[in-house]
Ligand binder design. Structure first.
Ligand SMILES: [Zn+2]
Length: 381
């Protein structure tokens, strides 16, 4: 697609040291000018902030990546392995014009040992602790459909039919009430160790985190087990016809390492054997992780320590999907989502992303730039 170009540039490595990719996507979600205080694509600077669609997600990081590699090149930096810049055309929609396409069609352009991507960098004050989140893993998106069977009939005589919609309601309730056994995976363990000083039992993790700060509990709760949320339903298209079929779509997110075929028996046990249904997995995407004891982690850690003494970097598993997945899957890349921000509070940033009046403080862009240059020098210096 000529109008959906991706740009890849590199400073070739002087030897066969590790390569580092600074990854970003250039596409943004829509913006309705009527909702904005400034024209959404003007990039106005006001009171030390750059306003515009994509300021946070993620043209800010695109720009910082470009300045990082360009400034290093100008200074004559010679990395031990390739230092690579990739700004890709498609992430928000997932039409296959972005990194997944590059990994498939031009693997040599984007193959790398390490990668820095979007996904985290939030600064949080949790009780007395200041932490910066670094996304090292992500859950798998594995939605499924439940097809509930009954027998149609005229709605004026319900007794002669077998209403699939009513039967589906039972299954929806069972799924909603289900509380899977919590487990602590490595990201949550490391997070808890950093903020609590110890790792509590899986059953008490959320309460212990909540006692420190409600945000800590919110962060880890979806990371202790798969989640199941029934979100869509369809049955009869006529009010006076009792449906013979009812379809329920369930948004399901699995922990890294879990797969649909392992979880299906569990789901079936929850749904029970008294209702006639079929279960169909719709897709299974993501669910990869990178190790935590790596040179890139040391770079994140040392950067946080230098830029804010007393603060700590902590790993987190994203509950959503990022492009880091494609690199981990194709090349076994150690890919982290980390672009630190300390001026714009994390909760404000979360509200602005994909919303009106998206903006980023110039100070945070400078912090991000410092981080990227630090990463390049530390990982491939
Ligand atoms: Zn993004």
């Amino acid at each position: 697609m000529p109008e959906r170009a991706s740009l890849v540039a590199r400073i070739p490595g002087r030897g066969d040291g590790p390569s580092l990719l600074l990854l970003s996507h250039t596409d943004v979600v829509l913006a309705d000018p009527a909702e904005w205080s400034v024209p959404p694509f003007a990039g106005e600077v006001r009171d030390g902030e750059i306003w515009g669609r994509g300021a946070l997600d993620m043209k800010g990081q695109v720009a910082a990546n470009a300045v990082a590699i360009a400034s290093l090149a100008r200074e004559g930096f010679q990395p031990s392995g390739d230092l690579i810049f990739a700004a890709t055309a498609d992430e928000e929609v997932g039409d296959g014009f972005g990194l997944s396409w590059l990994c498939e069609q031009h693997p040599d352009a984007v193959r790398c040992d390490y990668a820095v991507n979007e996904g985290a960098g939030d600064r949080l004050e949790l009780g007395a602790k200041v932490v910066y989140l670094c996304a090292t893993a992500e859950k798998m998106t594995a939605p499924f459909r439940i097809l509930v069977h009954g027998r149609s009939g005229h709605a004026s005589m319900p007794a002669i039919a077998d209403n699939a919609l009513v039967k589906a309601a039972r299954l929806i309730e069972r799924l909603a009430e289900y509380r899977p056994e919590p487990q602590l995976q490595q990201e949550v363990e490391a997070f808890l160790r950093a903020v609590l000083g110890e790792v509590p039992s899986p059953g008490s993790a959320v309460e212990r985190a909540r006692a420190l700060h409600p945000t800590a509990a919110e962060l880890i709760e979806p990371l202790l087990s798969p989640t199941f949320a029934s979100t869509m339903i369809s049955a009869s298209r006529k009010r006076n016809v009792i449906p013979a079929l009812c379809e329920v779509d369930v948004d399901c997110r699995l922990l890294p390492g879990q797969h649909p075929h392992l979880v299906e028996p569990l789901v079936r046990a929850v749904l029970g054997g008294d209702v006639d249904y079929e279960l169909e997995w719709l897709e299974a995407q993501g669910g990869t992780r990178s190790a935590l004891d790596t040179p890139l982690w040391q770079a994140v850690d040392s950067f946080v320590e230098q830029s804010e003494p007393g603060a700590r970097a902590v790993p987190i598993c994203c509950s959503g999907f990022t492009d880091s997945h494609w690199l981990r899957e194709a090349f076994g890349t150690v890919a982290y989502g980390f672009f630190p921000a300390r001026t714009l509070p994390a909760d404000v940033a979360a509200q602005l992303i994909h919303s009106a009046d998206e903006r980023v403080p110039v100070d945070d862009l400078e912090l991000g730039l410092d981080w990227l240059r630090h990463a390049a020098r530390t990982v491939c210096g």
